[in-house]
Design a protein around this ligand. Structure first.
Ligand SMILES: [Zn+2]
Length: 235
């Protein structure tokens, strides 16, 4: 039977509950999602507690499954992409004229000489993403720096596979260009996090006090970023 697990942070995870002649609760992740095998006599609130305790495992496994099932980007007309948390559609137009990529509504219009040259289409689109990322990040860094009462540090784009941002002891801030795919508040959170490091070069309680002044709901943003991570790494 279909059930829903509600986690402490409000996240809802649907699962298939199958009652079996067994003594323990078993979990597995299938193509359809989470499946729970439980003893026939289990009480629901007891089961719920067991699932809560295993929630980290469940979330990680589901994220992994999602990353593995996400289709790689096809750099061709009609491909769906993510920009500032919105679904946008790639439109590839063949032309001899040189034109800049343009976002018009939810259409990302890309002019190329040869629409079948998917590699080149991809390169052009990624360059556009990086340009948008740079402009957006610089603006956010300025806003956060002003709030923090510091001079806006120089911003560099990073291409890291595992980190969204970093700040070194010289006060240089690096932000992963892939973040521009995420909803604005998530980008803002990462910027605030890195700028808070200008005051505290660690993850101490003092650091989180600074961060909370810049971005009060940092916990939720951090969780959302983790969930989004597989999607953001599609590019
Ligand atoms: Zn940090």
């Amino acid at each position: 039977m279909q059930q829903t697990l509600t986690l402490a942070n409000g996240q809802q995870i649907p699962y298939q509950l199958e009652l079996r002649p067994r003594r323990t609760v078993g979990l597995k992740i299938t193509q359809q999602g989470l499946v729970v095998h439980a003893p026939k006599r289990i009480v629901l609130h007891q089961l719920n507690q067991i699932l809560q305790e295993k929630s980290t495992w469940i979330i990680n496994k589901l994220a992994l499954r999602e990353a593995n099932t996400l289709a790689p980007v096809q750099w061709q007309d009609g491909e769906h992409l993510l920009f500032l948390g919105q679904d946008i559609v790639l439109q590839v137009i063949e032309t001899k004229a040189k034109k800049n990529i343009q976002l018009s509504g939810t259409e990302l219009i890309t002019h190329v000489k040869d629409a079948n040259n998917h590699l080149l289409v991809g390169k052009k689109v990624v360059q556009w993403y990086q340009q948008q990322a740079y402009e957006d990040f610089v603006r956010r860094v300025e806003i956060c720096a002003t709030k923090l009462g510091v001079k806006p540090p120089p911003v560099k784009l990073s291409n890291a596979q595992s980190r969204w941002g970093s700040c070194n002891s010289l006060g240089q801030v690096r932000l992963n260009w892939r973040l521009i795919q995420a909803p604005p508040q998530i980008i803002h959170y990462v910027v605030c996090h890195e700028l808070a490091h200008l005051k505290e070069m660690n993850h101490s309680a003092r650091f989180y006090a600074v961060l909370a002044q810049l971005f009060p709901h940092y916990n939720e943003a951090e969780k959302l970023l983790k969930q989004l991570s597989p999607q953001l790494h599609r590019l």
